[in-house]
Design a protein. Structure first.
Length: 176
């Protein structure tokens, strides 16, 4: 009998956020045709791939460990529609500061932190974000207090009632 291989075993990085299709479709509806910036997307940018697989076409995935070979594989397998704007940037998001500090682009973008690594980088981005830019912070409930990734922004975070579910019952906060 074959041993079932877990997703995290196939990747070098652990997979933390595992939403179901209903959750992904809710994110797509919530984005309302804005550019989704998957900040800290991880090696295989799985959230971005799920969004793409469910028909969303305006996605930017950013992470220093993003595997660009995965992008080439998706292109080779024709998994990226020609009419999409799908980009993977294998760098720290801070290198692309103009993406989240540009006030003209703010209302047309949605930044998503889905189970980010815990440090001050989320709070730092929030400190510099343009007026009108919405950020979604997706986490397990205990991490809000345990890690305090949002810092002073925690008091401005609004808990959203989302559709769907995820493996660890994550919650979604909006910060505007």
């Amino acid at each position: 009998m074959k041993k079932r291989i877990e997703l995290s075993e196939m990747l070098r990085q652990p997979v933390f956020f595992k939403p179901n299709t209903e959750f992904i479709k809710w994110l797509i509806e919530y984005a309302n045709n804005r550019l989704i910036i998957d900040a800290g997307c991880g090696e295989k940018f799985l959230l971005s791939q799920q969004l793409l697989n469910n028909g969303y076409k305006k996605i930017m995935a950013i992470d220093p460990v993003a595997d660009y070979n995965e992008v080439m594989k998706l292109r080779t397998l024709n998994k990226i529609p020609l009419d999409s704007s799908f980009h993977v940037l294998p760098q720290e998001i801070e290198r692309y500061k103009e993406i989240y500090t540009n006030s003209k682009a703010a209302s047309k973008s949605l930044v998503i932190f889905a189970r980010p690594c815990h440090s001050d980088w989320v709070e730092n981005l929030l400190d510099e974000k343009a007026e009108g830019l919405e950020v979604l912070y997706i986490t397990v409930p205990k991490n809000i207090e345990l890690y305090d990734d949002l810092g002073k922004w925690k008091k401005k975070a609004v808990l959203l009632n989302h559709k769907g579910s995820s493996a660890d019952n994550e919650v979604v906060y909006s910060i505007k």
